[in-house]
Design a protein around this ligand. Sequence first.
Ligand SMILES: [Fe+2]
Length: 480
Amino acid sequence: MSSFPDVPMFAGVNAPSRIEADVNDLEVSGEIPREIDGAFYRVAADHQFPPRFRDDVPFNGDGLVSMFRFHHGQVSLKSRYVKTDRFLAERAAGRALFGRYRNKWTDDPQVAGMNRNIANTNVLIHHGVLLALREDSPPVALDPVTLETLGNWDFHGTLPGPTCSAHCKIDPRTGNLVGFGYAAKGDFSRDVVYFEVSPQGRVIHSAWFELPYFEMQHDCGITEHHICFPVVPIMGAGEAGLKAGLAFYGWDPQREIYLGVLPRFGRGDQIRWFTAPNQFTSHVMNAHDDGDRVRFDTCVAAGNLFPFFPEFGKPFDPSGAAVRLTRWSVNLESRASGFEEVETLSSFIGEFPRTDDRYQSRPYRHGWLLGFTGARNQLGHVDLKSGETEVWTAPQTCPVLEPCFIPRASDAPEGDGWIAQALTNSETMLSELNLFEATRIAAGPIATVKVPLRLKPAYHGSWAEAARVKPTGLPAREAT
Ligand SMILES: [Fe+2]
């Protein structure tokens, strides 16, 4: 019998769960509004087997997708592992074969050259399939109803590179999936390919460009006419560094940052780079065009926010980790190389920003964030019209996760709906899903869905209304 190492990433609420579940009609306190009809999908990194290295980073675990299906005031739960090539190879072997995060030189030689994808960072529906995404690999498709894995997914042979970001956006005007892949000519290459996937699931445009330097290109923002790339120095160790045992990434507290602005459906050489002093950002709230200007809203900190990727050879320095929603404005008509304006949009310290996704790429009013204040976790609602931020603070024992907006109806006004937010109660060691009125979160949850097991904390997720929660009819990769 194998056992997981006694390290923080496998302790307490972060202990492996590994449960593929089907639970009908979950117990609810409060009342689930009957108008809610659809599915909240989320994905966690939940190691199938103990890792080969006890000091690896947490997000090297296998993708385990959960679906909370809301219908007629009831909620059911289904969870399934993504049956990646790697998952199936390890299951056949009965142990971990793949080594450290993005370090193929630490793998068992029997899997040399095999796809290392674990599809564990985000899930969203597009062109009828549920895409499980991780930025170092192509997508993996799942059936939106059964969560069975259909297989690796290259948009019918049209994916232009070897990777696809976990933070692809859906353009609410066109229905296109707007994505990109970085390290697109191999690990540590500066090459990025941006692409647009039609609602029919084929890439209809792509453009290649190079980053100013290689870094973790985790997220992007889209406007009606542009795609924006924040470039911050979460630098690569390089092949020699990996072979010497360094982590894949490390923070550089000196190097300048950039915002790249590329016309959508443009050429790669049309990208415009704006620069600013060293600072940190990872997740993007939204962006929009404003005449000649692009407004780009992202969560910014003075220093590194990633304890798992400190400066190479140094301990993590948390002193600059207070992160706040910030608007970077750049002027496309100006010849200036810097940002035109920087505005802190809320004093709330928070990350994992989300919007009413019908307003992605557009001027918007409402945003939600996961907050951190000492040991207490919070949900924050930022109202950009009133300038107010309202906050709900979780009970001491409940680390909470990324919020997700559910519209009251497809034609409801912006922000009219609910926020779903999962948490794990560290006293009961069971998970819960809270529902809030989206613009009255300080009043607390209107309903709490009780999960009779502990789900591993997820990274990202998305909402799909019932009309999109349909079977594909495609054969599953392997029955489970
Ligand atoms: Fe992310």
